[in-house]
Design a protein around this ligand. Structure first.
Ligand SMILES: [Zn+2]
Length: 251
């Protein structure tokens, strides 16, 4: 397309999935993404983990886009990923039992390890959560993004750790930011809190965020992520609709 060619001339960029010159996520690859969120469940699930919603599985364009955005600072992917997160939140709001009846929605990013983002001078997940909130507000949802969680430090990189090791590594690693929690009580007395992350793997990170929020009197309605790692999932309910969802997801 002409517009892609012009973008490419300006930026010298190409699609992170298929390599076609032009946008970082070309129209053809973007068109292949699911238009409905999926209910996902890590296998084994961390005990007590709330329902989790993803915009798709962590492969293809979504995987490359998440990595390019987080590791390589490809800001041109922020909008796509923020809108994918919004899709997961939207489906969670509509389809998680018992969620739809309360008031304002608050999107809470899981915190990165101390120093991890500072070293990059960046806040990639926070950016996606803000874009998702903006998108949902434009659709009429009463929603705001609030960074309620902090990392305590002393947490190793999770890469290469199995589910049990991740849980041990993360236990007690998050806390809430007291002043922000106090502000939440003022701006949204009975919020629907949605814990947000880019990728759901074993669920250990989400469960630790849920624990820290609950301990501060902030119950979590559900978890929303851009993408969920497929090998970690198992069927949570019978598959409905989307045949692309396969046997382990519900659409
Ligand atoms: Zn492409």
């Amino acid at each position: 397309m002409l517009i892609d060619a012009l973008v490419d001339l300006a930026l010298g960029s190409h699609c992170v999935e298929c390599g076609q010159p032009g946008r970082l996520a070309c129209p053809a690859c973007t068109a292949g993404l699911s238009t409905a969120g999926i209910s996902v469940r890590p296998d084994p699930p961390p005990p007590g983990l709330v329902e989790c919603w993803a915009s798709g599985t962590y492969d293809g364009l979504l995987r490359r886009a998440v990595i390019g955005h987080k590791e390589d600072g490809l800001l041109g992917l922020s909008r796509l990923l923020g809108e994918r997160l919004a899709l997961a939140v939207r489906d969670g709001l509509h389809r998680t039992p018992g969620v739809a009846s309360s008031t304002g929605v608050v999107l809470v990013p899981v915190p990165s390890r101390p120093g991890a983002d500072r070293a990059r001078g960046d806040d990639p997940l926070g950016r996606l959560v803000r874009i998702a909130a903006r998108q949902l507000r434009a659709e009429g949802v009463d929603v705001r993004a609030m960074a309620l969680l902090r990392s305590r430090g002393g947490v190793r990189d999770q890469a290469g750790l199995d589910a049990r090791a991740r849980t041990d590594n993360l236990a007690g690693s998050m806390r809430t930011h007291r002043r922000t929690v106090e502000r939440l009580a003022v701006v949204s007395p009975r919020p629907r809190v949605v814990l947000c992350d880019d990728v759901l793997t074993t669920g250990a990170t989400a469960r630790e965020g849920q624990r820290a929020l609950t301990a501060s009197g902030v119950p979590v309605s559900f978890v929303a992520v851009v993408a969920a790692v497929e090998r970690q999932l198992r069927p949570s309910r019978p598959v409905v609709g989307d045949p692309k969802a396969g046997g382990f997801l519900t659409s």
